[in-house]
Design a protein around this ligand. Sequence first.
Ligand code: NAD
Length: 259
Amino acid sequence: MERFQDKVVLITGGGSGLGRATALQIAKEGATLVLVDLNKEGLEESKKEILTETPEATVELIEANVAKEEEVKNYVDTTVNKFGKIDGFFNNAGIEGKQNLTEDYSIDEFQRVVDINLNGVFYGMKYVLKVMKKQGSGSIVNTASVGGIRGVGNQSGYAASKHGVVGLTKNSGIEYGQYGVSIKAIAPGAIMTPMVEGSLKQLGGENWEEAGKEFVSVNPMKRFGKPEEVGYLAAFLLSNQADFINATVIPIDGGQSYK
Ligand code: NAD
């Protein structure tokens, strides 16, 4: 039997990178998908790619800003009103923010990154957990980062927000395990998505591909991860096969965080 037959899965950041790769993967296994993103074109492109690979898939798109509590409440309510439940929640939207030394890192930038990466994840959990607790089942996968396990430098807002995502995961996993709900975080290393391409261009300009080689030289596997490799992990963690994995963080980084 397909792992996501009759399952409703909500994915934030579904208009690009890791969210899209995961959506493509689980659509093939029968999931009904609700994709949330700020980027309308990105959402439409995700839907197009999913329907090209899986023409029978059900894909609902919701344009929303995860940093706005009322928009989060609305995407959760809309999903439940339309499909009656939420089996899996990939709480994944995020940004990297500008790179800078801590003393030069602006307060506004710190606030912006934390608002999206940490507050957005918290709002999502707050409203989805109400639904899952009532159901007595569900899996939440929060996207943290290697930068949520160890320091990477020049990323005060990102590191603080992603360490916060790991903390939220551990805290709420302990609270909700008794209701049949599991909560886990993934900590991707450098995965080649539009986000990483953007930050390499910020670092290396026209020579961004060279900057990329330098970037992965610290990785034991000396390469970028592929979005679909994260998709395989997220799919497993969202499925019932991972119900007993709870309140923890799982790296997918070629060994970077524990080297
Ligand atoms: P991406 O830029 O390809 O995708 C992120 C998506 O999130 C985009 O479609 C963007 O529009 C959306 N988004 C951003 N802010 C939003 C907001 N306020 N409301 C709604 N949607 C918003 O990047 P990605 O690499 O797929 O990143 C996904 C997640 O993975 C992020 O949380 C990121 O921090 C994390 N991550 C990525 C890497 C990597 O190497 N790619 C490594 C570690 C962690």
